[in-house]
Structures are given as C-alpha cells and as structure tokens.
Design a protein around this ligand. Structure first.
Ligand code: GLN
Length: 544
C-alpha cells in the first residue's frame, strides 16, 4: 500500500481527574474491537516525561520496561497494546517528550530552523505531529489510536494536547475523534456517584480547544442513565457516547463490556467508517476460561521490585495466559529476594517461603541487590525438584548457582556483581558494546535462536528456530561451557553463530522442569497465543 492510498483516521485518548485510570486498557480494548472488525490498527503512546525512554527509570518509578521487536524500550502500556491487538509494535509507537525535545534541539544545533526562533508552537508541536503521522504511515494503518499519557491539566502534557488539537484541523473533522477517559467517584457518605470532577476535567480539555466526542467513565458501580444525562449535558457529549467502564475481575473483559455498550459503533459512525461484523471469538473463549477457573496454581516470583506488581506485568500476564489454558487461576506469591538472604543469614530453611508454591520463577533485574537471595531460591528449586523458570537475570543466577554448587566452581559469579570473581560464568563479552552510557546500550530487541535436539525447549516450541526479545548487557561465558556441560547443564538454545547461549535446562530425568532463558519470553505471550515455555512451565507446576 503506498502512503497516499490510505487516509488514516485518528482516535486520541486523554485522561481526566486522576492518573492510573486504565487508559492503556481502554486503548488496547478499542484496538482489539477495531481489529476484530478487520481494520488495520496501530496504537501509539505519547508520554509527557523528559526521559528519552523509560529504560533508565527504576521499575518503582515506572513499572516494567516493555521491549519491542525492533529493540525499543517502551512504556508498559505497549505490552497491553500488543497483547490485546496481537500485533507487534515498533519504536515509533512510543514517543516521549524527551525524544521530542532532543530532536528539536538537535535540529536547532544543526541550523535546520534557518535562523528562526524555535518555539513550542509550531516547532515542538510539529515534531509531535510528525511522530503521530509517522506511526500511521510506517505501519500502514487505517486507524491510529493515540493515548496521551498523564492527566489533562498536567503542565507536561499541554503541548501534546495542543498537537492533537491541531491534527483535527490538519486532517479534517471526520478523520479525528477524541475519547476522554474519566473517573466518576462514589462518595461514601451519601453513596452517590459524583460528576463534578469530570465536568471540570472536560472543561480543562475544552479550554485547550478539544471537545471530546466520547466519554468513558470509570466507576465502581453502575453509572445510571440520570448520571449519564448529566454528564452529557455538562460535557456536550451525546448521551449514547457516554460509556460506562466499571471495575471488572479481569482486564480482558473490558473490551467485551465496552462493545456491549456500543462504543465501537459510536466511534465508527463518528469517523464515517463502515460498521462490519465483529469476530473476536478466540478472545471470548479466553475470557470465559479466565473467569471460570476450576483450580488454582500458586507460583512464587522471587524478585526485588515485588512491592509493585506493575514491575513484572508481562510476566504475570504470561503466567495468567498459560494458566487459563489449563482452566487454572494464577496466584502469585511475591518473595522479596532480600528476604531469602535473611533466611540464609539466620540459617533457616527456605521451606517456609516456598512450601505452598507449585513453581518458582526468577525474573529479570539489574544490580546486585538481592542477587544472592535469587541464587539461593534457585538452589532450593533445583534440589527440591520444584519447577523452575528463570528469565534473563533469572538465567544468569541459575548458571551461577549451578557453577557454584554442582560444577564445584566456588565463588562463581557474574562480573556485573563481582568484577574479581575467580569464575566469571556470566560476563560482558568481547565484541558487545563497550558504551558505558546507560540509555539504549544493551542487547535489545528480537534475535534468532537455534534450539538443540532432544531438549525440553524444542519439545515446547516444536520448531528449531525461534525469535525472542532481549534486554541485557551480560552473557553466558562460553569459556565455562564444557565444565558446566560435564556437570550436567544443558545448553538448549544458542544464537545461530553458536556464540551466545540463549537457553539452559536440566535433563528431565534429573528435574521435572528447570529452564532458564537469556531472553524475555514474557514480551511475546498473548492471551490467545500463549508462550510455549510459560505453558510448559505451568503444566509442569500443575502436575506437581
Ligand atoms: N542485569 C543483567 C544484564 O544486564 C540482566 C538483565 C535483565 O534481567 N533484563 O545482563
């Protein structure tokens, strides 16, 4: 399709009243409902913070960093977008204010503004609009859903609102719709839903020149017709475009609820697009399974950001997808890796921490805090034959544990944690980047991996070549390959040139399930296309 044969439509999603309203889930739901009608859709997130990407932020600040096929470190909402729409996203799908200002200032330094005074409008706003149009054209989408991060009224998001306002003028009224997600709080004292905060947030939006076409109202309880009429009157939004979005058990139900209220129909009419029948049968099936589990499966996640579930959101969702296929509900037991270190110091058995779990998962991470606790947890899983799944740092810790306790390489470590280790089984490999900057300098994005014959991994994937996403600096050190192999460790997957170890596992005879990957499989699991390794892990946990 050439760029001028499509005339993309834009749906801009803003948020009002409070943050964390689940705009990302609403954008994702809309993506699913439009794609399910055969439209080519992409979703873009505009983040108003000044970091160039979230890669340099602590997970406690920002939650998980989601990595795309092309190696962009992005907002966790992109994970939801991919999981709901089933389509891969790219660097262009996440734009931050940091990226925008950086490119404007770089252009200024190069003299590209030809002596002009560089201003928020039009220079910064134009740069933002260019990125939005680029998302439409590079992905050849018919509909581009653009979520503006933050809440209307924030200082940071002003220029983004100005840019999306201008786009309606640029591309025409029929090609742009504004959807405002808002909160209708329930006042405990009177048990009443209150519309005033929404009235005010719509007022702010209108003050920026944006009249919302659709209101999506988050509420704890049903939003009555009377309340919707009031919202409609004060916000100048048609009554049937005031849509309720009530709290539900599973985020995967949200699209079904929005569809029931005619959200997509309203939007398509507004954009002058044909309605088309909806086909999301496989999605509905997953929702049914998630809503009606027949058993529970409790998995320990041993990490260091355990106080914020968002830090491991793709891991949790992947476990949920896999469990749903077995009609099981996932129950996560958060185990702080530093607590395990405390058990160790006091010479306590780890039984207390893990006696009630069916499997142990050690996810990715950075820095040495809590690493020894993870290594100890892996040792416990290995010795007690508890299904174990390690991801990225989880694999590196598994290699360290195996080296120290099985291969007899006492003091083995990663040079990330101990530069002077006598056995650097995980190391910064020659030929990898020697850039010491922190932003965007890791092995990032999708790389191929060849699986070895007669491995549990090959049995799970059922294909010899796989592609998985990475985000790490350190690698398995091949100098120790033979020694670890002799001790019984299996390298189940390598880069096609054989140089990089991507998967390790233990033989079935020795352990029911012990697999760890240098890549992050969690970025690719989808509710209706479960990741094979997560599935194999959960199946093994349920057997135990
Ligand atoms: N810190 C490790 C590395 O950089 C692991 C990274 C991760 O788990 N994502 O290699």
């Amino acid at each position: 399709m050439s760029t001028n044969s499509i005339n993309p439509k834009y749906v801009f999603i803003t948020g009002g009243v409070v943050s964390s309203l689940g705009k990302g889930i609403i954008a994702s739901s809309l993506g699913l409902l439009l794609k399910g009608r055969g439209y080519k859709v992409t979703i873009q997130k505009l983040d108003p913070y000044l970091n160039v990407d979230p890669g340099t932020m602590s997970p406690y600040q920002h939650g998980e960093v989601f990595v795309t096929e092309d190696g962009a470190e992005t907002d966790l909402d992109l994970g939801h977008y991919e999981r709901f729409t089933g389509s891969n996203l790219f660097k262009i799908n996440n734009v931050t204010a940091g990226q925008i200002y950086l490119s404007v200032i770089n252009k200024e330094r190069k003299g590209e503004y030809l002596g002009g005074t560089v201003q928020m409008v039009p220079h910064v706003s134009n740069q933002i609009k260019t990125k939005i149009f680029e998302a439409a054209y590079t992905t050849e989408s018919e509909i581009v859903i653009v979520e503006v991060g933050g809440t209307v009224g924030d200082i940071e998001s002003l220029i983004f609102l100005e840019s999306i306002r201008q786009i309606r003028k640029d591309v025409g009224w029929n090609n742009v719709a504004y959807l405002h997600v808002t909160l209708i709080p329930n006042l405990k004292a009177t048990n009443e839903l209150k519309t005033k905060p929404t009235q005010h947030s719509v007022e702010i939006l209108r003050g920026r020149g944006i009249n919302p076409d659709i209101l999506v109202c988050r509420a704890e309880k049903p939003v009555s017709k009377q309340i919707r009429e009031k919202l409609s009157l004060f916000s100048d939004v048609a009554l049937d475009s005031v849509i309720e979005c009530r709290d539900v058990k599973s985020i995967y139900e949200v699209p079904l609820n929005l569809e029931e209220q005619g959200l997509t129909k309203r939007l398509l009419t507004r954009l002058q697009l044909e309605e088309r029948p909806l086909n999301i049968d496989s999605w509905k099936l997953v929702v049914e399974k998630i809503k009606n589990p027949t058993q529970k499966v409790k998995i320990a996640i041993v990490g260091k950001y355990t106080k914020l579930n968002d830090a491991y959101i793709s891991v949790i969702e992947s476990l949920r997808h896999a469990s749903a296929t077995q009609e099981a509900e996932i129950e996560v037991k958060w185990v702080l890796s530093e607590d395990i270190e405390e058990y160790n110091r006091k010479n306590l058995s780890l039984e207390e921490a893990f006696e009630d779990v069916k499997g142990i998962l050690v996810p990715g991470g950075f820095g040495d805090r809590g690493v020894e606790g993870k290594i100890r947890a892996i040792q416990y899983a290995r010795e007690n034959k508890i299904p174990f799944f390690g991801l990225c740092l989880g694999m590196q810790c598994a290699v360290i544990e195996f080296a120290r306790n099985v291969a007899g390489l006492s003091g083995a470590n990663s040079t990330e944690f101990a530069n002077d280790t006598p056995h650097p089984v995980i190391d910064f490999l020659p030929g990898q980047s020697d850039n010491t900057d922190k932003g965007g300098t890791m092995r990032l994005g999708s790389y191929p991996c060849e699986l070895e014959d007669n491995t549990i991994s090959l049995k799970a994937y059922k294909t010899k070549t796989i592609n998985e996403r990475h985000r790490h600096r350190y690698e398995f050190n091949n100098l120790f390959g033979n020694k670890l192999k002799e001790a019984g460790l299996i390298v189940a997957g390598r880069s096609p040139d054989g140089k990089l170890v991507e998967i390790i596992e233990m033989p079935k005879e020795k352990h029911p399930f012990f697999i760890a990957t240098q890549f992050h499989p969690e970025y690719k699991s989808r509710p209706d296309k479960v990741h094979p390794l997560f599935l194999a892990f959960i199946k093994s946990c349920l057997k135990g």
